[in-house]
Design a protein around this ligand. Structure first.
Ligand code: ZN
Length: 257
């Protein structure tokens, strides 16, 4: 065993996926240091999203979306810090719930019967949680998740072509760009892991994946907030926070008594 590696507080690794980063190099409490701290930007972005949604009176579904992103990022932190199977698996059911919520946000404005589809989605989410708890889907989980994500794409694309605002369109493009770049980092980290561990500095592809996906989720939610504000006639516009971070600013028309 490498002399520089510290003792592990969490005991032996029980997770089924081990990542490229060397374990317990910085602290005996954190198995994978960079893969753990790289979730912090995602948590902060989700917090900014929640504050923005609540302060301006967006519908609760948007605070919930940001909250889900935060929960998933915290779950990811716990997983990479401990490399325990229980944390690896505890992220999976919330991931599916979040996608179901995205489906609701994307498709609900088109639904004719207001309560049928939400009821179906809630039952679907609950059934999935129970089945996944007992059966522990492996590859099936991934395929099911990809399938659900693909169902979101057509409506997302339709929103994109319907949006005339250039700044909002740019957020949609940033969403695609961060997703592609994050995927490249993830693949490179997996494919070249053996080579990179020999390098003086490991580029930490998986940590970059976390950072980029934190921004990716934020851009997705921001774009959807813009589209929803437009549907409701709230005159949305894209403003910049700290000079670079786009967010949706709305001005709801005065209510007449
Ligand atoms: Zn990860």
């Amino acid at each position: 065993m490498d002399e520089s590696v510290m003792a592990s507080f969490w005991g032996p690794v029980t997770s089924t996926t081990e990542l490229c980063e060397a374990n317990y190099t910085h602290s005996s409490y954190i198995a994978e240091f960079y893969n753990t701290i790289s979730n912090v930007p995602g948590i902060l972005l989700a917090l900014i999203g929640i504050i923005n949604a609540v302060r301006q009176g967006f519908e609760k579904r948007f605070s919930a979306l940001h909250l889900f992103n935060m929960i998933l990022a915290v779950g990811s932190m716990l997983f990479h810090a401990t490399l325990q199977l229980v944390w690896q698996q505890s992220d999976e059911t919330p991931m599916v719930w979040e996608i179901l919520l995205y489906m609701y946000v994307l498709y609900s404005p088109d639904w004719h019967y207001r309560s049928t589809m939400p009821t179906f989605l809630v039952l679907y989410g609950a059934t999935f949680a129970v089945l996944h708890f007992f059966l522990r889907f492996g590859v099936m989980f991934k395929l099911h998740y990809i399938g659900l994500s693909l169902l979101c794409l057509p409506r997302m694309y339709k929103y994109y072509i319907q949006t005339k605002d250039r700044a909002a369109k740019r957020i949609a493009k940033l969403y695609v760009a961060t997703l592609l770049l994050a995927s490249v980092c993830w693949v490179v980290d997996r494919a070249l892991c053996k080579k990179m561990t020999g390098w003086y500095i490991n580029p930490q592809g998986h940590a970059w994946w976390h950072v980029l996906m934190g921004f990716n989720s934020y851009f997705a939610n921001t774009f959807l907030m813009f589209c929803r504000a437009q549907q409701r006639g709230w005159n949305p516009c894209i403003e910049k926070m700290f000079g670079f971070l786009p967010y949706v600013k709305i001005s709801k028309p005065e209510k007449k008594d």
